[in-house]
Write a protein that binds this ligand. Structure first.
Ligand code: PLP
Length: 404
């Protein structure tokens, strides 16, 4: 097909006058509807231990909601804190407490330069926290089974300014990578020059399968304890894409020392979390089988949208050299990889055709994709019909970008 043909196809698409926002991985209204019984899930404001959920108190969460997350995350309830509606805010606070006060038994990070390792492509909001708080970031290439561990082990062994690393261990945002047992064991056991090194283990997509098979990742807390580094990992999760995004419940799981540390600092920040929302979620989500059944309903809504994107890409980009895309088994994203230097132009052309994508480069620290070839596709929010059109528009935008 000639450049003129590509341009004509693109222009015909532009005439459709679409207006689609695919910039973030948000659940669709149909997915949110799955949890509507949260609206009347509350039969009482009394918690199991007699706590009046309407009042102040309970920094670490009600016992029943801690027990629920203990079952969901497969950790002892004593090692779980349930607080706020956003796991991202818990991650932010862990970093702030570490910077200003230091992790248990260590000086405040802020007394010296601080560096974080960032597997790329990764979650833009992780990188935004580091950038906003003056933490230097180093890109780590992602392999099919997790980050490049040879590089990670080398860097953490020789550089004491490396205090942490971002991890999305399952169906990573955006690459859909699932960490292997070997990678988990190496992260838990590696020698770090910084004795106060932390793994920010963001288990955001633990239950978000797209395939029939529910893939599992080894327990990082167990691996760290076994390796003699019990305080190394802090696990984060939330019900944002299980129940309601922004109105769910968020949890943190860690060693007893880290839980005590968190509780001390969080007690300064707040007189207690929203326990009414915690109780509602306990009534609604109940237990692991109930959560898994709900996630199966999410899967039924999401899978056709992912399939539609993959089918359009195959039809329209299958013959274009240097173009590839991921086939995720879970999570919220598809990565579209363009030839070097074509991602920004493709995103700009898509925008002119009415499709707003995540800015090219956003999945890299400082928004800089060194090869300008990564585009994050978020198929969850638009309707199936819209997503079909959008995938077509993105593919035509890429073809035109390459033809120019
Ligand atoms: N972590 C990852 C990897 C995400 O992709 C998202 C949302 O897209 C979040 C955390 C946000 O979680 P929360 O709503 O619990 O703050």
């Amino acid at each position: 097909m000639s450049a003129a043909d590509h341009s004509a196809q693109y222009q015909a698409f532009q005439q459709l006058g679409l207006k689609l926002d695919m910039s973030r991985g948000k659940p669709s209204p149909e997915q949110l509807d799955l949890s509507n019984s949260l609206m009347d899930a509350l039969d009482t404001y009394k918690a199991a231990d007699g706590t009046d959920a309407r009042n102040y108190g309970g920094t670490i969460g009600l016992p029943e909601v801690r027990a629920l997350f203990a079952e969901l995350l497969d950790v002892p309830a004593a090692q779980v804190v349930v607080d706020s509606s956003s796991s991202l805010s818990l991650m932010h606070d862990v970093i702030m407490y570490s910077l200003l006060n230091g992790v248990p038994g260590h000086a405040p990070w802020v007394q010296n330069p601080v560096t974080f390792l960032c597997p790329v492509p990764g979650y833009d909001r992780h990188f935004a926290i580091c950038e906003a708080r003056g933490i230097k970031m180093i890109n780590i290439p992602m392999n099919a089974d997790g980050p490049d561990m040879d590089l990670v082990e080398k860097l953490v062994a020789e550089d004491a300014s490396i205090k942490g690393m971002w991890i999305v261990p399952k169906y990573s945002n955006p690459g859909g990578v699932v960490f292997s047992d070997q990678v988990v064991a190496r992260l838990a056991a590696m020698k770090t020059a910084a004795p106060d090194f932390r793994l920010m283990w963001d288990d955001a997509y633990r239950f978000h399968h797209l395939g029939e098979k529910k893939l599992a990742v080894a327990s990082i807390l167990a691996a760290c304890a076994k390796a003699g580094n019990p305080d190394r990992a802090i696990v984060f999760a939330s019900s944002s894409k299980v129940s309601w995004a922004g109105s769910g419940v968020a949890a943190l799981a860690a060693s007893p020392a880290n839980v005590a540390w968190w509780t001390r600092h969080a007690g300064i920040r707040s007189i207690g979390p929203d326990k009414i929302n915690q109780l509602r979620h306990v009534r609604f989500l109940k237990d692991l089988p109930t959560v898994e059944a709900l996630m199966e309903q999410h899967r039924q809504l999401l899978k056709p949208k992912f399939d539609a994107v993959l089918a359009q890409f195959q039809a329209l980009l299958g013959d274009v050299p240097g173009v590839s895309w991921t086939h995720p088994e879970g999570g919220y994203f598809i990565d579209l990889i363009t030839p070097d230097g074509a991602a920004k132009r493709t995103v700009a052309l898509a925008k002119e055709a009415g499709i707003t994508l995540t800015p090219a480069g956003a999945a890299f620290p400082y928004g800089l994709d060194p090869k300008d070839r990564h585009i994050r596709i978020a198929p969850s929010f638009p309707s199936l019909e819209e997503i079909n059109k959008a995938a077509q528009g993105i593919a035509l935008s890429l073809r035109l970008a390459l033809a120019a």
